[in-house]
Design a protein. Structure first.
Length: 68
């Protein structure tokens, strides 16, 4: 999971590319969210890390849209 998020560290050049990357990040978090709900603590840690990554990426997305 963490390796997948590292691969998403790209620099999209359009709003559509940013949005597609954002959707991909959320989709990769789904399995950890389900595992965390069932009590898997390691999945909860991964999920929180992914959420921090999502927060940073969405902030970058906002900045990109303001520059456009």
């Amino acid at each position: 999971m963490e390796e997948q998020l590292e691969e998403i560290e790209i620099s999209p050049s359009s709003v559509q590319e940013y949005y597609s990357s954002l959707k991909l990040i959320v989709e990769t978090m789904e399995s950890d969210a389900l595992k965390s709900q069932k009590g898997n603590k390691a999945a909860g840690v991964r999920l929180r890390k992914s959420l921090r990554h999502l927060k940073k990426f969405s902030g970058d997305f906002v900045k990109f849209t303001l520059e456009s």
